[in-house]
Design a protein around this ligand. Sequence first.
Ligand code: 7TS
Length: 418
Amino acid sequence: MNLVMNIDKRELLTDLSDLVRDDFPILRGDIRGQQLVYLDNAATTQKPLQVLDTIDRYYRQHNANVHRGVHTLSQEATDQFEEARRIVARYINASSESEIVFVRGCTEGVNLVASTYGRANIGKADEVLISAMEHHSNIVPWQMLCETVGARLRVIPMNEQGELLLDEYRSLLNDRTKIVALVHVSNSLGTVNPVKEVIEAAHERGIPVLLDGAQAMAHESVNVQELDVDFYTISGHKVFAPTGIGALYAKKNHLENMPPYHGGGEMIRSVTFEKTTYAEPPAKFEAGTPNISGAIALGAALSYVEKIGKERIAEWERELLRYGTERLSQVEGLKLIGTASRKASILSFTLDYAHSHDIGTILDGEGIAVRTGHHCTQPVMQFFGLSATTRASLALYNSKEDIDRLVEGLEKVKEIFA
Ligand code: 7TS
């Protein structure tokens, strides 16, 4: 049953999970004999029927390679693939779909910018500015670039709540700063960064800004034109689409001036053994056969979110965050890591009597999936003097009962360890 279709009629219901849960077949499953409680959405989200059916339909009815055949199936595949690009552009309010490059995810998006824009525009003694709360995928590509070109990586500090220090940020900007690369929403702390102010301050000095949108897409309204952001990276699987597909938004003038990334078929205008000329963007950055079904499914996932309504999702997640923060704060020995005044629905915590790995294992035994470890943000862990946290990350299909189950699971942990 497509419950999204019924939403308008049930406007008054505030528990969004009630409305959408049946769209996600995996959530009906049991784990170790218990009803699954899935609280690892920052790692990857579950997929609704609308996405699963799109993939199935694509392979059963339309599968062909794109941009090359005159035959009907190839045209159908191309139409759907390009329609997906338009949906991504609409979702983030890009001014044109030609500003959307399909990539594998945020990791590839950042690597693409670092190795094309970066190599063309960042040189010896220049500076790349990132923040103290970056995921490794927005640290390592810049470090690799800095090593290659002799540039310097600098870091915007944060406070104990996990909020960026904006005054320090402004004083770090200087004539050598060639790009600011910042996470929009932190995956290990939940902080929603003041990206508009960050971008304005950088632009006053003519410095472009890349935002890592991995955690923002499913929870925040992203408007790239209003933000005036230069580059924005998207991971499809964090917004109910499959793994292995994502998008890089980049302003048209950047894409036109950047050298290509991978060489191969589809990204060329003409090839001789002497010289190759390149296709216009976005094709220039999409060498080889793309993840066609993934892109089409990403379009289906974003349409699904739009149908439910981003504001409505944000409202429900705010309520879950409020409830989750309140319930977890009552658990003995629990310390929340990441208490910024603007947060997404991510609850990272430690228990003073148990290691996160043990917490995760005991919770799994109760059918509850959380992530434990450093969340690919080792510098964040170092800042807080920790090796790991336990993280419950919520999505639209989570309920207050899920949070109650988590708290009950933590009581079990206490029985065993305290
Ligand atoms: N940036 C942020 C903020 C992330 O949270 C992640 C993945 C990435 C980049 C990388 O995205 P990918 O799709 O290219 O892998 N974060 C997590 C996480 O928190 N747990 O597992 C993966």
